[in-house]
Each structure stands twice: as structure tokens, then as C-alpha cells.
Design a protein around this ligand. Structure first.
Ligand code: CDP
Length: 788
């Protein structure tokens, strides 16, 4: 679709350079750690070496003797104010600092407050803690066995480690479909723990002004308003009421879901500032970030598919164990403990489906954040796309042909899935066909056959995923009761320039540019003339924040709706200025003209000036609007990815030769930014597919707690991504746009895993869990007699 506005105006469809980049590329961004306040104190944290242990003694004397160490804060200190536990977003409880025992390695045990960061670190080393180790449970299957040690002894009536059971779909119809099925396949799939690795770790500066009683917290949060409310709910009893709390998210160096939860460090810093009346800074280091902040995935999935002999899918059945660590601190909408996992029917037209998930406690840090994925969608997509390939191979069908046969067809939209979601729009066939053409699918299959005959290992993997992003609708989606809408407030200044504020918070996605483009599209004011602000709860309208690719579907829609309110008032003003009836005016981006007399027109800038200088009697001055947008549905972006791999028979190394990604996120605001989102997302999909995993030994010691062991792909490992698109607008979004931020991370791992299994299928390999390391592949090759 050609852009409606000129490049100078820069509305939708223009690849405008990012407004935020001049400050970032000059190193002039303002991140939390850049902020220095007079008299600021520093906090550092003592962490547990044990995964499960009783604390028998905390000796602070040596630490307190260090010049510059002002205090050592323990759980006992916080308990005096009832601040040693806090609620999680899933209504569980989490320790701020422990009083009795620690529940995972690297858990916060005490905090040292000092005049500078290095002294605080010295103080941490000098705190002496005595522990009495307790039995450790790291495997959720063992955690559920009878006789397993009960971990949450703080919960009086708890007799096991089971957190919740959740199920969705028609169990009886699904069981029947499996009984009647001509072909079934079954696989156990594990999606290991992984962790975000944002450039910036988490941290805050808490500043409590004892005179005004106001607390200001600069913090690395993706959801400042929600955090303000949570702080008020937790600390209202000690005088921190919501109007006395200001949360500011300044520039944020990557969030990816990891900056949604409230971590103990934030709360301790706030408590320390309230007690001392001084600003207190806490910035975690890289290892603390990697070892202790909330994790993603850790789903043990048993999946089954049923189909007819000629390759028509009939039913899906899934049972899952969700390892949440010692508390359920997942960042999910409250009514969905397993997030949106029931999007697991994917792009296929199933008659019946049933999914069950059980949450389990283990001695690990809290899990369940939506790491660049809309609440468990990665787990769902990986499962269905792996299973689709398994079924296709089992039936002896080409995986592309199998998908084309089973896709929901364009004429079936809006489509209600067997698990109850209403998909807004899609054309899966078009996306897969485009990817196949682009990569030369038929020729690749011929090449693969030739290579196989020569004993070479080449695989082609497809992932045709459906995402689900843009929570709410608020009737289904809330977090701790806060409805999941979002907001935009626009003020047009007299000279036709504007400021717009949002309830979301960019962490690198380019909102300052794309939101300005939406307003340019709707109002004809050049994007360059529109300042976008987010992240300050004292100025921005209330919103639920940025995660789960919800900014465009929800706040982007709010921007369009607020702009349309401005346009309604501008029409009245134009009618007054042109002495014409409102209904006789025609709008084109940037001006109103009189129907049939295009010369009689007023620009939006002239109208804005009149709003302050010449508004008609009876009309209020000014040109402002606010919209709180509650979407009628989620948006369902999708795509088809095809990956070609070559596998080294000797070492098991997987080399990605080509990767074509065709994405569809409806109408696009900024094509360059979308491409950037997809490139970054693909690399973040490559990462867990081949490299990243955090595991634990039997004692709960973290393996992968530093970048020596937790392998992030660099430019060297990253293949050349070939991207393309189809455009299927969302019918309910005011701009026809869908979210895109997470599509590639969600869709990519299955394409890579499918390519690897495709290369090895003829040897008898049916599945390989990610990350697909050379050692795993080499072992498979050895087990199947290929290598020694
Ligand atoms: O919530 P988050 O910003 O992470 O995700 P998003 O709404 O998918 O947007 C990511 C970036 O891509 C933002 O700058 C969007 O405005 C941009 N985008 C776009 O230009 N066109 C779309 N259809 C979707 C997103």
C-alpha cells in the first residue's frame, strides 16, 4: 500500500529514520545508571550460595566496621514494616529479603547501604551468613513425587509443590477424536530456561523527599503505571500512597519481558530511601541479572496430534509441567496462569483440542516471564510447529504440502479456534507460498535428495506460526485487576506542533518515531513536529505498559483514536474559519477544504492557531484529546519461515545456510523499524534454538550463570536473514495494524529445529530439544551409526 502522506509529513508506510537514534548513537541516552543525585547512596546485595538452606545467623559487624558502610538491611529489618514479603503479579508471594530460609541460589539475603558502590560491594563481602543446607528440588517431575520435600513451608496448608492446574478445551471430544484417529504422533518437548540479556541490567534510584513525602523512583520498568499502583498497594500502610509516588522509566536498554516484574532490589532501595531520606541507587551486575531475575520458558510438554491417513489434522492434546521456581511470579494476565498457551492450535484448522498445564514449585528463581513473546506463545508455537513436522514426516508427506492442506483458509476469518480464540485475519497460504518461492523450495528438496544419496546431511525446516498480541480486551485481560487497555494524550500547540504522551514505554522499539508517524497519518502534522513522551507517571496517561507486542495494537490504536477526536474538533474550528457547514468540509491529511472549492481550505496548523486565538463563541479553547483504548480483540500476526541447514557429520555442528522469513503484521507504520524488529527477533530465536540454556545441577547450582556458559549469538554466529512480507490488515484495529515485536523470536526456533530433524529423519531421529548443540547432534549421529 502506497503511503497516503508525503515523506515530509512521514505518516504510515514511510521508513523514517528513528527520532531517538541521534541521542543513542552519540552515547547521550539517559539510562537509570546515568542519573546522579546529590548525596546519593548505593545499595548492593548479599546473595545465597545455596539453592535451599536455613539461615541460622547473619553477622553484620565486620561489614558495618568498613568506613562508608552505613547499614546492612536484613529480612528481620523489613519484617518490622511487614515488607519482607511482597505479592507477585500472579497473586503468589515472593520474599524481598528472607527471614528463615533461602529458596534458590543467588537469592537476595541482605543488602548493604554505603556511600559509594565499591564500598557497598566490600560490605557485601564482609557480611557473614551461616546456612544449614536443606534438600534441593530442581526437577518439577521430582517435585511432584510423593515424599518430595515441601518447599513453600511459609504457606501453612501447603502439603506439596503443586501450584495450580489449568485446562482449556473439550476433553471428551478430544479424547474421542484420538480414539477414532487413523494416525497419531506423540512427543515430549522440553523448552529450557532461558534468560533475557538486555544491554542494560535492572536497577533504580529511589528518592524519598521527607519534606513533601513524595517518592520518586527512576527505574528500569516496562510498565511504570502498574508499578506505581503495586507500590501503593504494598506500601500504602507505611504512608506511600499513590499520589505520592512518581515512577519514571527513562531510556531503557532492552526489556524483552525481563523488566516487567518487581524485583526485591527495587523494594529494598525504596525502603532504604524512605528510612534515610536520601536517594538510593541499586544497579545489579550482569551475573546477578542472569542468575536471579525472572526467567522464561521451562515448560515440559507432552504433545499429541491426530490426523486422517490422507493428512488432515483432527485433534491436538497437550499436557504440560510449568516450572515456576520457588514462586509464581509470572507476568501473565491474571485469568491466564499459563498465559496464552492455548494458542497452541497455531495456524491449523482443528476440530478438537485440549490443553492442560500444571504449575510446580522448585528451588529455582521465579520463572514465567514473557521473554519477547506474548505470554507463553513461544512455547505454544514451538510445540505445534514441531508436531506438524513430526506428523508430516510420519505420514510421508512434504511438510509444506501438509501445512498447506491444514491451514485455516482466508475465507474462514474471523476464525474461532478449537480453544476459543477468535483470530482476526490471516492468509497463511500466501505467506508460506511466498517463502517457498523466495527460497526456491522445490529445488532445495531436489538438492537434499541428491545430497542424502551422497551421505551429506542437509535439512529444510518450516515454521508457519500464528502469534496473538495486543492484550486486552479488558473484559478478559487484567493484571492484578488492572484492566489491560492503553492510552494516548495529545496536545496541539498554537503553532501546530504537538506533544503526545502514552501509557506504554519503549525499550528500544522506536516508539518516539512510530507513534509520531501514526499522528502524522491521522492529523497531517509532520512527524518531525510531534514530540512523543512515555514513562513518567506524573505526566503520561495511565497505561499498562509495553510487553507482549501490545504497543501498536493498543496504544497505537489509542493514538489514532485521540487524533480522530482532535480532528473532530478541528472540523468545527475549520467550519468556523471557512464560514462553511461542517458536513461540507472534506479532510485530507493536513487540511480541511470546502467540498467543490479546494482553494477554500485551512491547514491543521491554521486551525491549531485558531484554537487558541480565534475559537468560536461557545467552544472551549485549546486542541487536546485523550483516548483510553480498549481493543475489541487481540491481533493475530503470523508468518512463514523456512530454514536450510547443513550438518557436519564429524562434529555435529549445525550451519544455517539460508533463512527466509515472511512476516505479516497487517498495515505497517514504519517498514524500516519493522524489518529491524524482525532481524533482532530472528537472532533472539536463533539463540535458544542453538545456544542459550540455563540448567541446574542436582544441588541447584546454576549452570549458565555467566556469559562464559550462557552463549549469546554474536554477529559471527548470526546468518544473513532474508526478510519479506505479506500484508493482511487487522479488521478491528483503527489502522489495520498488528503487533510485530515478538513474531520472529516466537517463530524462528521451530524452523531451525525442524530443519535439523529433517536432515536426520532418514537416520531415525524424530526429535531434538533446543538448544541444538553440536554435542547433542553428534550424540544423535553416533547413536544412529553415522559417526563414531
Ligand atoms: O509493544 P512493542 O513496541 O514491543 O511491539 P510492537 O507494537 O509490535 O511494535 C514494535 C515496533 O514496530 C514499534 O516501533 C511499532 O510501532 C513498529 N510497528 C510498525 O511499524 N508497524 C506495525 N504493524 C507493527 C509495529
Amino acid at each position: 500500500m502506497a503511503p497516503k502522506t508525503s515523506p515530509e509529513v512521514g505518516g504510515m508506510g514511510h521508513s523514517l529514520k528513528r527520532k531517538e537514534d541521534p541521542r543513542f548513537i552519540r552515547g547521550k541516552g539517559t539510562y537509570v545508571d546515568d542519573i546522579q543525585l546529590p548525596g546519593m547512596l548505593y545499595l548492593d546485595i548479599v546473595r545465597s550460595p545455596f539453592a535451599h538452606a536455613k539461615i541460622t545467623k547473619i553477622d553484620t559487624a565486620r561489614a558495618l566496621a568498613i568506613p562508608g558502610v552505613l547499614a546492612v538491611i536484613t529480612g528481620q529489618d523489613l519484617a518490622k514494616y511487614n515488607l519482607h514479603w511482597m505479592p507477585t503479579l500472579m497473586s503468589d508471594t515472593q520474599m524481598v529479603l528472607p527471614v528463615e530460609k533461602v529458596m534458590y541460589q543467588a537469592q537476595e539475603v541482605a543488602a548493604v547501604l554505603a556511600t559509594d558502590r565499591y564500598t557497598a560491594a566490600d560490605g557485601v563481602d564482609a557480611v557473614e551468613v551461616e546456612y544449614e543446607p536443606l534438600p534441593v528440588v530442581v526437577d518439577p517431575r521430582k517435585a511432584l513425587e510423593p515424599g518430595a520435600p515441601v518447599l513453600r513451608t511459609d504457606k501453612k496448608d501447603k502439603t506439596d509443590n503443586h501450584i495450580w492446574h489449568w485446562e482449556w478445551g473439550d476433553r471428551a471430544a478430544t479424547d474421542r477424536a484420538f480414539l477414532e484417529a487413523e494416525v497419531t504422533v506423540k512427543e515430549d518437548i522440553y523448552l529450557p530456561r532461558i534468560h533475557v540479556a538486555s544491554i542494560e541490567t535492572c536497577g533504580c534510584i529511589a528518592h524519598f523527599d521527607k519534606v513533601s513525602g513524595k517518592l520518586t523512583v527512576w527505574m528500569t520498568t516496562q510498565a511504570p503505571h502498574a508499578i506505581r499502583t503495586v507500590f501503593a498497594l504494598v506500601a500504602g500502610h507505611v504512608g506511600l500512597e499513590e499520589h505520592k509516588i512518581r515512577i519514571i522509566s527513562p531510556d531503557i536498554g532492552g526489556g524483552f519481558g525481563g523488566k516487567v516484574p518487581v524485583y526485591p532490589g527495587y523494594v529494598i532501595a525504596v525502603a532504604a530511601s524512605v528510612l534515610t531520606g536520601k536517594p538510593v541507587k541499586w544497579i545489579e551486575d550482569r551475573m546477578e541479572n542472569l542468575q536471579a531475575d525472572s526467567f522464561a520458558r521451562d515448560y515440559h510438554i507432552a504433545a499429541e496430534l491426530a490426523a486422517t491417513r490422507d493428512g488432515r489434522l483432527t485433534a491436538l492434546r497437550i499436557k504440560t509441567l510449568a516450572d515456576h521456581g520457588y514462586t509464581d511470579a509470572a507476568a501473565n494476565p491474571s485469568k491466564f496462569p499459563a498465559g496464552l498457551f492455548h494458542i497452541c492450535t497455531g495456524s491449523y484448522d482443528f476440530q478438537a483440542a485440549h490443553v492442560e498445564v500444571d504449575g510446580v514449585y522448585t528451588n529455582k528463581p521465579p520463572g514465567g516471564i514473557a521473554y519477547r513473546c506474548s505470554f507463553r506463545v513461544t512455547e505454544a508455537v514451538h510445540t505445534i510447529e514441531r508436531m506438524a513436522d513430526l506428523m508430516a514426516h510420519q505420514l510421508g508427506m512434504d511438510p509444506a504440502e501438509f501445512r498447506l492442506k491444514n491451514f485455516i483458509k482466508p475465507e474462514q476469518f474471523p476464525y474461532r479456534s478449537a480453544l476459543g480464540w477468535e483470530y482476526d485475519s490471516g492468509d497463511y497460504t500466501a505467506a508460506l507460498r511466498k517463502a517457498m518461492d523466495r527460497i526456491g523450495y522445490a529445488a532445495l528438496r531436489r538438492e537434499q535428495a541428491d545430497k542424502r544419496a551422497r551421505g551429506e546431511l542437509m535439512g529444510i525446516g518450516i515454521s508457519s506460526f500464528t502469534e496473538i498480541v495486543g492484550a486486552g480486551p479488558s473484559k478478559h485481560f487484567d493484571i492484578l485487576g488492572l484492566k489491560m487497555f492503553d492510552s494516548c494524550e495529545i496536545r496541539i500547540h498554537p503553532t501546530g506542533k504537538a506533544i503526545a504522551r502514552f501509557g506504554t514505554k519503549s525499550q528500544g522499539q522506536g516508539h518516539e518515531t512510530t507513534y509520531a508517524q501514526i499522528l502524522a497519518e491521522e492529523l497531517g502534522i509532520p512527524a518531525a513536529h510531534i514530540q512523543v513522551e512515555e514513562g513518567d507517571t506524573d505526566t503520561a496517561p495511565y497505561g499498562l505498559g509495553t510487553y507482549a507486542s501490545r504497543s501498536t495494537p493498543v496504544a497505537g490504536a489509542a493514538a489514532a483514536m485521540a487524533a480522530r477526536k482532535i480532528r473532530d474538533k478541528a472540523r468545527k474550528l475549520a467550519a468556523h474559519l471557512l464560514e462553511a457547514a461542517e458536513q461540507d468540509l472534506v479532510w485530507e491529511p493536513g487540511k480541511f477544504s470546502v467540498k467543490g472549492a479546494p482553494g477554500r481550505a485551512r491547514t491543521i496548523q491554521e486551525i491549531a492557531f485558531a484554537a487558541y486565538t480565534n475559537h468560536p463563541p461557545g467552544m472551549e479553547a485549546g486542541l487536546e484529546a485523550v483516548s483510553y483504548y480498549d481493543p475489541p480483540n487481540l491481533t493475530y500476526p503470523f508468518g512463514s519461515y523456512i530454514c536450510v541447514v547443513d550438518i557436519d557429520r564429524g562434529t555435529g555442528e549445525v550451519k544455517i545456510r539460508r533463512f527466509v522469513a515472511v512476516d505479516d503484521c497487517g498495515n505497517i507504520i514504519n517498514p524500516m523499524i519493522v524489518e529491524g524488529q524482525i532481524h533482532g527477533g530472528l537472532t533472539m530465536g536463533l539463540a535458544p534454538a542453538l545456544y542459550e540454556e540455563i540448567s541446574y545441577d542436582e544441588q541447584g547450582n546454576i549452570r549458565g550463570g555467566s556469559f562464559m556458559d550462557y552463549l549469546l549469538p554474536t554477529a559471527v554466529e548470526t546468518p544473513k536473514w532474508e526478510t519479506d512480507k505479506t500484508v493482511t490488515p487487522s479488521p478491528h484495529h483503527p489502522l489495520g495494524a498488528k503487533g510485530v515485536g515478538e513474531s520472529a523470536t516466537v517463530g524462528a526456533p521451530a524452523a531451525i529445529a525442524n530443519a535439523v530433524v529433517d536432515a536426520l529423519w532418514h537416520l531415525g531421529v524424530r526429535h531434538v530439544d533446543i538448544p541444538i548443540t553440536p554435542a547433542k547432534v553428534w550424540k544423535l549421529l553416533r547413536d544412529h551409526g553415522v559417526t563414531e
